[in-house]
Design a protein around this ligand. Structure first.
Ligand code: BG6
Ligand code: MG
Length: 221
């Protein structure tokens, strides 16, 4: 088997925080009088906080100055943190713990590669702060997905070459980031949305080591 590291996006792969992001952005857009749908929200998945705000302002055709933008992003984040500060281990998505433990048992490194600056808080709230060998998140990278920076960083932290890493991602921008990093990518979600992923599962509950080996054989050979 070639894979020696699995890198997991956090939001939407390990925990279902996408709805909290949506609720917080929705609150901001309502305040600003911008129409914002769940479909628009799809474009924000995997994208950094400030890049998400830019997309929202574009939807509303608004061009505020930098300090106003910062105010909006801070407000959204405050509402978001209110939601996630109440998270519990029950919100870990099905199959996640079992699969990651199986990988660890097979000596495969496991890391987080997330755009979120709230990664440490979420991992702590759901009791996963000890599970990963490395955490690359929005606090240590500056370039938003689809830039590969966060995955390249995660691979470096666990000492594995990109060609031996597999990324699990639920966002279009995240799949592109994995491909830009030269990594195999398993999409988590709908194959209709994650068209560029090498393989798509509906959730980590569908994954196990044997399946990973089979997917890898088809993709890498
Ligand atoms: C990503 C989410 O994981 O993190 C995005 O998919 C979010 O929706 C981004 O904008 C940044 O999150 P945070 O917690 O730093 O505002
Ligand atoms: Mg995600």
């Amino acid at each position: 088997m070639l894979t020696t590291a699995c890198i997991f996006d956090l939001d939407g792969v390990i925990v279902d925080t996408a709805r909290y992001h949506f609720l917080a952005w929705k609150r901001l857009t309502e305040r600003l009088g911008i129409s914002f749908t769940e479909e628009d929200n799809e474009r924000l998945k995997g994208v950094s906080r400030m890049a998400s705000l830019e997309i929202i302002l574009e939807l509303g055709n608004m061009r505020p100055d930098e300090s106003t933008k910062l105010k909006y992003a801070t407000l959204k984040s405050k509402w978001y943190v209110d939601y996630i500060s109440k998270m519990t281990p029950d919100e870990i998505l099905p199959g996640c713990l079992r699969f990651i433990k199986e990988l660890r048992g097979a000596n495969i490194r496991v890391a987080i590669g997330s755009a979120s600056k709230n990664t440490p808080m979420i991992l702590k709230r759901v009791g996963l702060e000890e599970l990963f060998d490395a955490v690359a998140d929005g606090n240590i990278v500056s370039k938003a997905k689809p830039d590969p920076e966060v995955f390249v960083k995660a691979a470096e932290m666990v000492g594995v070459k990109p060609g031996k890493c597999v990324v699990f991602e639920d966002a279009v921008a995240g799949v592109q980031a994995a491909l830009n990093a030269g990594m195999m990518c398993i999409g988590v979600g709908s194959p209709k949305i994650l068209t560029e992923a090498h393989y798509v599962v509906s959730g980590l509950k569908e994954m196990n080591l044997e399946k990973l080996i089979t997917i890898e054989k088809n993709v890498r050979l």
